[in-house]
Ligand binder design. Structure first.
Ligand SMILES: Cc1cc2nc3c(=O)[nH]c(=O)nc-3n(C[C@H](O)[C@H](O)[C@H](O)COP(=O)(O)OP(=O)(O)OC[C@H]3O[C@@H](n4cnc5c(N)ncnc54)[C@H](O)[C@@H]3O)c2cc1C
Ligand code: SF4
Length: 500
């Protein structure tokens, strides 16, 4: 089988900056910073429209054939900070971001969900960016990426999720995914070794390169070059030199909601909203043990979800499959006790609560790093606690022998549905809950008025002409659903408008 990122590319289409030396220059119509969900869509759309595009990606291009599946190796080659990034504040969430060609899409679960129309329309941007404007872009992407569910390879941990929800009479549905050929290896988080997940590094990036774009991998954009209030290119640091790319028409910043604001700040953009309004969906995991084999490693990584509490509590419930190294973080034990719990590996599962948090935070600029300050508020914790309580109920309804809350102040083990009420005693203290932030938004938000936004309705910086922000930094709010499809739809809409 020929993998999609293994095809022969035109000469010079991909330059691995590790192999380059000295002070280099290049030129294109558009320079795209970042090759994740937003950057790949922007690059392929503009290339298809006949523009010369250069993509700068800070991380390496790890081809499908080089994915190891090994947790430690994958996290160090694919994730920013080798997966060891944390937010600052009273909570200390683990912040997971991809740093490779394909960005976070290489390591995500491939869930393809639209944002609720009321969220998009609630942004108040009218036809420039509402549910109706995005509709054709959602449709085109769903078609091109053959979005569908993967129920035929669901596996026991996903089927138990459905069983638990149905036993309680709660809504549950298979997740629709960017992985129509999924074989159910449960390993999305370390990259899909079968090339079944349609991440950007195996789809739109190779497509753009075949169409005439050029990619520099391992090239970190330091700042946009500017002249007369316009972006004129990008200066990037290479492992053994520098690269200055002249952008004849402009620069598309797609470096993610954490890296985009400081890149703009270092380029002279001065909006007071830059880095503010950071929003996310904190994730809370919960483990359980069953009396029969569950085998999390068999079946789709995240094959089922429930929106039972989405409207009332702003939480989405999801099935999940984790590697033992990550699973250990969901188990309230250490040393020998932890080893004993993990010995029952085949009988364990973990599900998650994903919260549309109300609290907002900030990305600040500190010595070239991008620290994020964020603390969920009391209402957020009340909602998350209700979600964890609901998952506990579902786990027992699905036949769990034990549920293991990993929350300070609660028993390490709950043994029956009668104990579900114990969740009401869980503290509303963010330090008590291990959390992960994987969906990030808002730090260069869009708006009609330059006084309360960073980019205008065409996604161009109020403060710097010819610099557009196409990633979820521009979203004024979080979505409450998995964001990749919406990020891609917004980038597609914006790139098409630019092209025309
Ligand atoms: C574990 C996990 C699971 C997830 N699962 C799902 C899911 O199933 N469905 C879903 O919808 N969403 C999911 N998400 C979220 C989704 O993957 C992201 O929201 C989406 O990829 C963000 O797109 P982006 O283009 O903004 O950023 P990214 O995809 O993160 O891409 C940004 C790229 O820019 C590069 N970059 C940053 N700074 C620079 C610089 N200065 N110079 C050059 N390059 C730079 C980065 O290295 C990165 O490769 C998940 C996230 C995680 C962490
Ligand atoms: S579950 Fe396995 S086969 Fe399916 S998309 Fe994820 S990594 Fe690929």
């Amino acid at each position: 089988m020929t993998l999609r990122d293994d095809v022969t590319l035109p000469s010079g289409a991909h330059l691995d900056s590790e192999a380059l030396r000295g002070q280099l220059t290049d030129a294109a119509d558009f320079v795209v910073v970042g090759s994740g969900a937003a950057g790949a869509v922007a690059a392929s759309t503009l290339t298809q429209a006949g523009f010369r595009v250069i993509v700068l990606e800070e991380g390496p291009w790890v081809r499908t054939r080089d994915l190891s599946g090994d947790f430690a190796r994958s996290t160090s080659s694919l994730l920013r900070g080798a997966g060891a990034q944390f937010t600052f504040g009273r909570a200390g969430l683990t912040l997971v971001q991809g740093r490779n060609v394909g960005g976070t899409t290489t390591v995500n679960s491939a869930i393809a969900m639209r944002a609720p129309a009321e969220v998009l329309d609630g942004w108040g941007l009218g036809p420039s960016l509402d549910a109706r404007a995005l509709e054709p872009h959602y449709q085109a992407l769903e078609r091109a990426f053959e979005v569908r569910d993967s129920t035929e390879v669901a596996g026991e941990h996903n089927r138990l999720f459905e069983r638990g929800a149905r036993a309680l009479g709660w809504q549950a549905a298979p997740t629709r995914r960017f992985a129509s050929g999924c074989e159910g290896s449960g390993a999305c988080l370390t990259g899909c070794r079968g090339g079944k997940k349609l991440a950007m590094g195996v789809t739109l990036i190779p497509d753009a390169l075949r169409g005439g774009a050029r990619l520099y991998s391992s090239a970190r954009a330091l700042r946009l070059s500017t002249a007369g209030g316009r972006a004129t290119g990008v200066v990037a640091r290479l492992p053994h030199g520098t690269l200055t790319v002249h952008a004849r028409r402009g620069v598309l910043v797609c470096a993610s909601a954490v890296q985009t604001p400081n890149l703009l700040r270092r380029s002279g953009v001065r909006s007071r909203w830059l880095g503010r309004n950071f929003q996310c969906h904190p994730g809370f995991s919960l483990a359980a043990r069953f009396d029969h084999p569950v085998r999390m490693q068999h079946g789709v990584t995240q094959g089922f979800h429930s929106e039972h509490l989405s409207k009332s509590h702003q939480v989405k419930l999801e099935s999940l499959s984790l590697q033992p190294e990550l699973m250990a973080m969901s188990i309230p034990a250490a040393g020998r006790a932890l080893t004993a719990q993990l010995a029952a590996w085949d009988e364990l599962l973990v599900w998650a609560v994903v919260l549309k948090a109300r609290a907002t935070g900030r990305v600040v600029d500190l010595l070239g790093a991008d620290p994020v300050l964020f603390t969920p508020d009391r209402v957020d914790l009340l909602r998350a606690r209700e979600g964890l309580k609901a998952l506990t109920r579902m786990m027992f309804a699905a036949g769990a022998r034990e549920v293991w809350p990993n929350v300070h102040g609660l028993p390490a083990v709950l043994r029956s549905a009668d104990e579900v009420q114990r969740w009401d005693d869980a503290p509303l203290d963010p330090r008590a809950y291990p959390m992960v932030a994987t969906h990030l938004f808002g730090t260069a938000r869009i708006g009609r008025d330059a006084r309360d936004s960073v980019v205008g309705q065409g996604l161009e910086c109020h403060d710097l002409a010819r610099a557009w922000v196409l990633d979820s930094s521009a979203f004024p709010t979080n979505l409450g659903t998995n964001p990749q499809l919406t990020i891609m739809a917004v980038a597609r809409l914006a790139a098409e408008r630019l092209a025309s």
